[in-house]
Design a protein around this ligand. Structure first.
Ligand code: S0N
Length: 273
């Protein structure tokens, strides 16, 4: 599927983390369980997402699954225990929620490249990404109420903002599967392509986004997140407004005046209508 020379950024047990021309690609690499995640998978994704945040040469992040069967089949049922998914030290965790928060907070676009089943918590993962590009063999759906689980967080509320309240309730209440075309018609997939074209199309979309202003993309993402994310969303939006203020002469004048032990001259700056 890939003829690109992706270079490894860092080695992990459960994921692959690679780089190609400004794109950081995170691949859940557990094909035997259809790329189901366990707590360690989520810890590794969190580490990789933090590296994507820090690295100046990464403009867009792609999240996908290994092979052509599954993007992700949700929480690994083999390690599901009492209180969550049991990590190697015996502690039960629901730490995929931290991955959701990290994807939303990342000030760069995150694209789900869905190459097969996006089911259960795997479906939620694509929902929380900014963009979803799917292969025509992809299948989408929630399973929670069928297998003893649910995500009443982003997996419900953000889904409803994509497909509408009625459809979101249908998806969760019936636990049926939907084809890629159906998912696109519902508004939760941006584009459907043949599996052989999935990576090419995703890379093209990434390249187009990387031609755009990174700060403009960042502010659009923050603005679109803010309503659903409440005070936290406003905090992220406000933080970026402060970042931009720090880039301006007006903020520099305040700092300089303090260090030079004088009154700041803010009157020199325009008061825009
Ligand atoms: C994906 C499905 C539909 C594919 O069906 P198909 O083609 O018939 O293949 P199978 O033979 O079923 O599967 C192939 C092999 O893969 C294994 N496997 C598949 N999914 C899982 C899984 N999730 N965990 C472990 N193994 C899995 C199969 O066992 C099989 O292996 P072999 O060949 O060895 O038998 C179908 O597989 C399917 O329906 N899978 C289960 C989907 C599911 O119910 N996932 C879990 C749903 N729940 C969550 O994801 C929890 C959500 C969550 O994480 C969360 C939410 C909110 C707050 C916190 C949390 C949290 O818990 O962190």
């Amino acid at each position: 599927m890939s003829n690109r020379n992706w270079t490894s950024i860092k080695s992990y047990t459960d994921i692959k983390f690679e780089f190609f021309e400004g794109i950081g690609k995170i691949t859940i690499n557990r094909p035997k369980v259809y790329n189901a995640f366990r707590p360690e998978t989520n810890m590794e994704m969190l580490d990789a997402l933090e590296i994507c945040r820090e690295r100046q040469d990464i403009g867009v992040v792609v999240l996908t699954g290994e092979g052509d069967k599954a993007f992700c089949s949700g929480g690994d049922q083999n390690v599901k225990g009492v209180g969550g998914y049991i990590s190697e030290n015996g502690v039960p965790r629901l730490n995929v929620l931290d991955v959701h928060k990290a994807i939303r907070a990342l000030p760069k676009p995150v694209i789900a490249m869905v190459n097969g089943y996006a089911i259960g918590g795997g479906h939620v993962l694509h929902v929380v990404c900014d963009i979803t590009i799917a292969s025509d063999n992809a299948r989408f759906g929630q399973t929670g109420p069928k297998v003893g689980s649910f995500d009443a967080g982003f997996g419900s509320s953000f889904l409803a903002s994509h497909v509408g309240q009625k459809k979101a309730r249908e998806i969760w209440f019936l636990c049926e599967q939907y084809t890629a075309d159906e998912a696109e018609k519902m508004g939760m997939v941006n584009k459907v392509v043949a599996l052989k074209d999935l990576e090419d199309t995703t890379v093209q979309w990434c390249q187009t986004m990387m031609k755009r202003s990174p700060l403009a993309l960042r502010m659009i993402k923050r603005g679109l997140n803010a309503e659903l994310d409440g005070q936290r969303g406003l905090m992220e939006f406000a933080g970026d407004a402060t970042l931009m203020y720090y880039l301006m002469e007006e903020a520099q004048e305040g700092k300089r005046a303090f260090l030079e032990k004088r009154e700041p001259n803010f009157q020199q700056f325009p008061k825009f209508p």
